[in-house]
Structures are given as C-alpha cells and as structure tokens.
Design a protein around this ligand. Structure first.
Ligand SMILES: NC(=O)c1ccc[n+]([C@@H]2O[C@H](COP(=O)([O-])OP(=O)(O)OC[C@H]3O[C@@H](n4cnc5c(N)ncnc54)[C@H](O)[C@@H]3O)[C@@H](O)[C@H]2O)c1
Length: 358
C-alpha cells in the first residue's frame, strides 16, 4: 500500500478568509496556521476594539471590524472562519450564508440535538446555492490521527473491531476558566475531538449503545468544579466497540494520548500530543512505522480549512461537513444523556455514514 499523504491540502489559489471571533484559539491556532500555509486573511471581527488589537497577527491589508454586518458586507471575504463558542452558532452561520459566504465553524458546532436539527436545515438549504459549511474538527488533521483515518479507510486493518483512546497526559488548565462553567465539560467540550475521530474510524457502523461515567478524582482541588475523570464506551450493531478514557489530571511529563485501532487484519498503534506523535501499522506479520510531518497545533487547523476550500472549488460536500460531524455531535449528546441519567443509552440506532472524500 502506498503511504497516504496526511498533510493539509489547499486549492492552487486559496480562498480569502475572514475571521469572526478573535479570542484565544483564533490568536494561537487559526491565524498562525493561515500564516504558515499562505491562506489570505482579509478581515477579522469581534466586539469593539478586539480585532484591532490583533496587531501583527492580522496580515497587512486586512481590515479589523467591530461590527459583524460590516464584516459580512466585505466582498473580499469568501470564507468566514467562525471562532466563537457554540452560543448563537446557528444564527451566526445563517447570517454568513445569507451574505453569500462559505463557513468553517469551531467545535462544538452546536450542543443540543435541537440546534443540530436547525443547523442541518440551514446548511441543506444553502448547499442548493453552492455554499458549503464545514466544522473545524481540526484534530482530524492532527498528523497521527489523519494518517490513521487514511489507513482505516484504505482497509489497512480490515474491518474495524475496536477503537481505544487513553488520555495519558495532564489536563489543560480548566479551573477558573469559562470552560469550568460548562456542565460535564469533558463530555460537552474537551472530548468533542475524541468523539469525532472515533466516529471517523467507525464509518459504516451503527452505534446502538453509549455508556458514560464521570467523577471527581482523588487530589482534585475543590476549586475545580467539573469532574476530571470521564469514561465512555460505545457498542455497535456489528459488535465492534470503542472506548475513550480520561483518568484525571495524569501526573506525567512524558505522556500523550495513545490510541489503538484493532481490526480483522491488523492493528494500528499511535499517539498524539505532548510530542508523543507516532503511528505504526502491524498487519500480515509486518510492522510499519510512519514518518509524520507537523503537529495538531497548528497544522490540524490548516487541514480543516483546506478541506473546506477544496470542497468549495471541487463542488462537493466537505468531509468535515455538518452532515458527517452530526454523527459525532449525536455521540456526545448520547454520552451526556448517559451521565446525567446514570444509565447507558441503548437502542440508539445511530448510523455513521462514510464521508464524501475527494
Ligand atoms: N482544538 C480546538 O479546536 C479548540 C481549542 C480551544 C478552543 N476551541 C473552541 O473554540 C471556541 C472559542 O474558544 P476560545 O477559547 O477562543 O474563546 P474566547 O472566548 O477566547 O474567544 C471567543 C471570541 O469570540 C468573540 N465573539 C463571540 N460571539 C461573537 C459574535 N457574535 N460576534 C463577534 N465576536 C464574537 C468573543 O468576543 C471572543 O473574543 C470554543 O467553542 C472552544 O471550544 C477549539
């Protein structure tokens, strides 16, 4: 099998981007990724004074706006990169589409099944006008996860039997941040990337069971409101299963996020984050380790934008489109139902169709 190219890809002439929401993640990941990959950023907007404060992060010639309507009226902006939290997401996407812009929206794209249904309607109607909406599931382009997705889709492990993730690293700072105000934050925000990549590796399956449990852990400071442990288990109609486990704030400096994809023909072993990035495929008695180029932060952010732009220029649905990511949102919603009810969700009947790929 030839080695898939896991690096971000863009059309020959990248589309011009306007950034809506200039907070932490836009400053530390979106804008640096676009600078690294020569994606033209022509405008940015936030509350009064915020976009102007981006300084050198905003390229020369780009306009800093204080007003979303003025920003959306800028004819140079072809793609709006929404880097806000999920509150008001559907309305913002709708406004961008009404202005004739394509949209890349940060995760969590929405947080409730009702908002997901509204978003699917809005996105479906815009597709008829040639407008595309993708979700910024940038971890899909974290090099080790991207290569694994490509190997799984190419059948390198045969039929997937099990997906396993272990979070073997410290948690990012949560206590005292707005994220600690979210209920069951690990499930509703942090693990969104893990639900999403698991959804990618279980393409073609029907998820029937979602069990989830979270808890405070020994040594967790009282000021940290959210449970630091979360475990999620998925069962599918075929008998394939998946598990995602955050033990807490692991006390280690050499950790990472190891993962395994076990299949009927072989096994992929890998890891992401903290410099642990690696992928090895063991199949048919041979183990192949792959060279990886780049990092989740920030190459993954270029990958998510590049896929949207290729979909726009190719006249197709992006593989990180709302229709595909909807499966990840529904998995997260089922996990939240399971922790809040204290009972596994059974009989879910959630189909995870394959992505439309280039
Ligand atoms: N790897 C990742 O993909 C990753 C990492 C961190 C955060 N995130 C996600 O990114 C999102 C933003 O996180 P953050 O930490 O940057 O938050 P933040 O609060 O630092 O930034 C959000 C910005 O959006 C602006 N904003 C909100 N609504 C707006 C509106 N209607 N019009 C104009 N500006 C508006 C706010 O003023 C703020 O400056 C969250 O959903 C978070 O989960 C993703």
């Amino acid at each position: 099998m030839s080695v898939p190219d896991h690096r971000p890809r863009f059309p020959g002439t990248p589309l011009a981007v306007g950034v809506l929401g200039c907070g932490q993640i836009a400053r530390t990941a979106h804008l640096p990724a676009y600078a690294q990959y020569d994606v033209p950023v022509v405008a940015a907007v936030d509350r009064p004074g915020v976009a102007a404060g981006l300084g050198d992060l905003l390229p020369a010639g780009a306009t800093a706006y204080d007003d979303v309507d003025a920003f959306l009226a800028d004819p140079r902006v072809e793609v709006v990169d929404i880097a806000t939290g999920p509150a008001g997401r559907v309305e913002l996407v709708e406004r961008c589409l009404a202005a004739g812009k394509h949209v890349l929206a940060q995760k969590p794209v929405v947080t409730t099944p009702a908002d997901l249904a509204r978003l699917e309607d809005v996105v479906g109607a815009a597709a008829g006008r040639g407008l595309r909406v993708a979700v910024n599931q940038n971890a899909r382009w974290a090099p080790a996860w991207r290569l694994t997705t490509q190997l799984v889709r190419a059948g390198a492990v045969g039929e997937v039997v099990g997906v396993t993730h272990l979070h073997d690293k410290p948690l990012p700072p949560i206590a005292g941040t707005p994220f600690d105000d979210l209920d069951h934050m690990l499930l509703t925000d942090y693990l969104v990337h893990w639900f999403d990549i698991t959804r990618c590796w279980l393409e073609g399956e029907r998820v029937e069971t979602v069990a989830a449990h979270d808890s405070r852990v020994p040594g967790q400071p009282a000021a940290a409101r959210n449970p630091w442990h979360a475990s999620v288990h998925l069962g599918t109609a075929s008998g394939a299963s998946a598990s995602i486990r955050v033990v807490g704030d692991a006390r280690t400096r050499s950790g990472g996020c190891p993962f395994w994809v076990h299949g009927t023909r072989g096994t992929i072993r890998g890891s992401i984050l903290l410099g642990s990035d690696r992928v090895a495929l063991e199949a048919d008695g041979t183990t192949t380790s792959y060279a990886l180029d780049g990092q989740w932060f920030v190459d993954g952010f270029a990958g998510a934008m590049g896929e949207l732009q290729l979909a726009v220029t190719g006249g197709r649905e992006p593989e990180n489109g709302v229709a595909h990511v909807a499966g990840s949102v529904r998995l997260g919603a089922a996990a939240l139902d399971a922790v809040t009810s204290g009972l596994p969700v059974t009989g879910l009947g959630l189909d995870l169709p394959a992505a439309v790929t280039a």
